[in-house]
Design a protein around this ligand. Structure first.
Ligand SMILES: NC(=O)c1ccc[n+]([C@@H]2O[C@H](COP(=O)([O-])OP(=O)(O)OC[C@H]3O[C@@H](n4cnc5c(N)ncnc54)[C@H](O)[C@@H]3O)[C@@H](O)[C@H]2O)c1
Ligand SMILES: [Zn+2]
Length: 337
């Protein structure tokens, strides 16, 4: 297969290109090498790197001319909370995706794989003992001060139990970056309806591993813990450390992208890509401390009102549709990154 990978010089892109090339595909990479991501030009083994922007439709047209699949990873990542960056987010992500899809339609590309994110959900999924699946209300400072960190049922006030988010959960993007990922998925759906092509939006969870960028919603807490440990200090864990996340190794994510590029899917599918293992933020701090033989973490009870309490995914649908599942445990992944 001929595959164009946009953003293929990035953290997730590089191992993705390697996996596709190792499977015998002909891989071209289009990457603008954003200076805020790449202080130095990266090596991209396995792919032919073309430096350019996904918003350059002529260039994308030349590169997709005989492509079978476009894997669209290029995006401005970051935290997405500074409104000073809103134009860059919307231009890089929304307009960037629009350009890729327009060219893919003109050139008759049959399949697009898109890097979406767990941030489309906003919060995780919760069950009330009385009312079943409910959307939690905002957490109250009085609860948080009393050490009650789990949100309450909006109908009966019972403390809710976290469960796994499946792809049909309501979308609730809470910042600009998250909004661009939801919009990207909607544009993909429209492309599928108009062209009859197939598209897969992979909702990556917290991706970690070699080359992990800092200052993203995904790596944030792990890179903070690492910096504290590197300075010989114990990692400081907010709340009670019981915040649930899904950390998935970048090699597993790259394998999911490869599987999605090959899979014979029809229409539009959104799939969670997580490890399938629930890790708490406290557990992550412990694992990182053990990996480097550093001091035990300190659980501080401090909180930030806007923090999401739990987001963990069910990745069962990706296993069903792509025949893919993650194989790297957190302990192994941390030991080798
Ligand atoms: N890292 C995670 O945990 C995570 C989780 C969920 C989703 N994602 C998504 O996965 C994708 C890859 O993320 P990553 O972590 O590898 O980030 P990254 O910043 O390392 O990679 C993104 C790449 O895209 C390139 N790029 C950005 N704008 C471009 C443009 N306009 N034209 C061409 N190239 C451009 C950058 O130079 C960079 O090499 C992104 O779409 C991101 O939103 C990442
Ligand atoms: Zn209830």
């Amino acid at each position: 297969m001929r595959v164009l990978v946009t953003g293929g010089a990035g953290f997730i892109g590089r191992p993705t290109v390697q996996i596709l090339a190792a499977a015998g595909h002909d891989v071209t990479v289009l990457d603008s090498l954003r200076p805020d991501v790449h202080p130095a030009a990266p090596q991209v083994p396995g792919g032919r790197l073309v430096r350019g922007d996904v918003r350059d439709e002529d260039l994308v047209g030349t590169l997709t001319h005989d492509a079978d699949v476009v894997v669209h990873l290029a995006a401005k990542v970051g935290l997405g909370v500074d409104l000073g960056d809103i134009v860059d987010y919307v231009s890089s992500n929304d307009l960037g995706t629009a350009c890729v899809l327009r060219v893919a339609a003109t050139e008759g590309v049959a399949k697009v794989v898109f890097a979406s994110s767990m941030v489309v959900y906003g919060e995780g999924a919760y069950d009330c003992p009385e009312h079943g699946r409910v959307a939690p209300g905002p957490r109250r400072p009085t609860d948080l001060d009393a050490g009650i960190f789990d949100p309450r049922c909006p109908r009966c006030d019972a403390v809710l139990a976290p469960t796994l988010v499946a792809e049909d959960a309501p979308l609730d993007p809470r910042n600009v970056y998250a909004a661009t990922k939801v919009h990207g998925e909607h544009l993909l759906s429209a492309w599928v309806r108009e062209t009859g092509g197939s598209a897969v939006a992979l909702r990556f969870h917290n991706v970690y591993g070699p080359g992990s960028p800092r200052d993203t919603p995904y790596a944030g807490v792990a890179s903070l813990f690492r910096s504290e440990l590197a300075a010989g200090r114990p990692p400081r864990v907010f709340e009670d450390g019981g915040q649930r996340r899904d950390f998935v190794h970048v090699h597993d994510v790259a394998a999911a992208v490869g599987a999605a590029a090959r899979a014979d899917t029809a229409g539009f599918a959104a799939l969670n890509v997580g490890s399938g293992t629930v890790t708490t933020v406290g557990g992550l701090a412990e694992a990182l401390a053990h990996a480097v033989g550093g001091p035990e973490p300190v659980v501080t009870g401090q909180y930030r009102l806007g923090d999401v309490r739990h987001v963990t995914a069910s990745s069962a649908r990706a296993r069903e549709v792509l025949g893919w599942h993650a194989t790297t445990s957190l302990a192994d992944g941390l030991a080798h990154s």
